[in-house]
Design a protein around this ligand. Structure first.
Ligand SMILES: Nc1ncnc2c1ncn2[C@@H]1O[C@H](COP(=O)(O)OP(=O)(O)OP(=O)(O)O)[C@@H](O)[C@H]1O
Length: 260
């Protein structure tokens, strides 16, 4: 099948099995959200898919070929984490150019992306001069500047207030709709998953596996605070109360946050 094929037979840390019999496939250009209780192994899973962690039994393939070889990250892989992870001694522009194979030749591309995310006026600013929301926008531009085919996002908008988070989600969707990478987006927030994704994979508590592969039955654009998302969330909790109780508890615990 074209696209991503993940099969993790087992991932252990010492004697503890963290992921077991977890499998899913995704088409090129799809947007998948991964939700699951805290400690389920979501970050561990992204590390295995990115090639950062090769110490597991199973396979991660792209178009039926192993996605990485000997621990090397594949070309056209974009990543974004909970923390913006900017280099404090580099300007906004240099933080984005950093991941380019030829930063000098591709400088215009970095500038254009920063303009697209509304940071054209702060190209030479240091990270410490930017707000939390602006730093995430730099991080988003850095994830897209490599023209990723696969974009791995580990709770990238956690602990942002609603307007700042909404602005970032809109930017992400605009860039995704234009470039169409396959996105794997980890979140604790089921509403965020339903607002963004084509499919939501619900993971079990550790050792994690996919408990439910859910296709979101909503047209775009969607609003995270919209009644259709609230209704869908309620329906899911009614249909799968045991499966989702851990998700809801975590979702409530992480509400709140950083302002733009
Ligand atoms: N390097 C490591 N060594 C030992 N145990 C680890 C290591 N990394 C993660 N773990 C354990 O593996 C389990 C899964 O961790 P992971 O961070 O992947 O979960 P998660 O679903 O991303 O959690 P959260 O939602 O809280 O971020 C946890 O029990 C964690 O303590």
């Amino acid at each position: 099948m074209s696209g991503l094929n993940v099969r993790i037979d087992e991932k252990r840390f010492d004697d503890v099995s963290v992921v077991r019999d977890l499998a899913f496939s995704a088409q090129n250009g799809e947007f998948l959200a991964l939700v699951g209780p805290s400690g389920a192994g979501k970050s561990t899973l992204l590390n295995m898919i990115s090639g950062l962690d090769t110490d597991f039994v199973g396979s991660v393939c792209w178009d039926d070929q192993p996605l990485y070889a000997a621990g090397q990250s594949p070309a056209h892989l974009g990543m974004m984490f909970q923390e913006p992870r900017l280099m404090p001694w580099l300007s906004t522009l240099d933080n984005v150019s950093l991941v380019l194979s030829d930063p000098h030749a591709e400088r215009q591309r970095a500038i254009a992306l920063l303009q697209e995310v509304g940071l054209g006026d702060v190209l030479e600013a240091w990270p410490s001069q930017l707000s939390g929301g602006m730093q995430r926008r730099v991080s988003l531009a850095r994830a897209f500047v490599v023209a990723p085919r696969l974009l791995l996002m580990d709770e990238p908008f956690v602990s942002l207030d609603m307007p700042t988070g909404n602005r970032l989600r809109d930017l992400l969707l605009a860039l995704w709709q234009r470039d169409r990478p396959l996105v794997l987006f980890v979140t604790h927030d089921l509403r965020e998953a339903l607002a963004l994704a084509d499919r939501v994979l619900f993971l079990s508590p550790s050792p994690s596996r996919v408990m439910l592969d859910y296709t979101v039955p909503l047209e775009r654009p969607r609003r995270l605070e919209g009644t259709d998302i609230a209704r869908l969330q309620e329906e899911l909790f009614r249909q799968h109360p045991d499966l989702l109780s851990g998700v809801l508890a975590t979702q409530e615990a992480v509400a709140g946050g950083v302002k733009e």
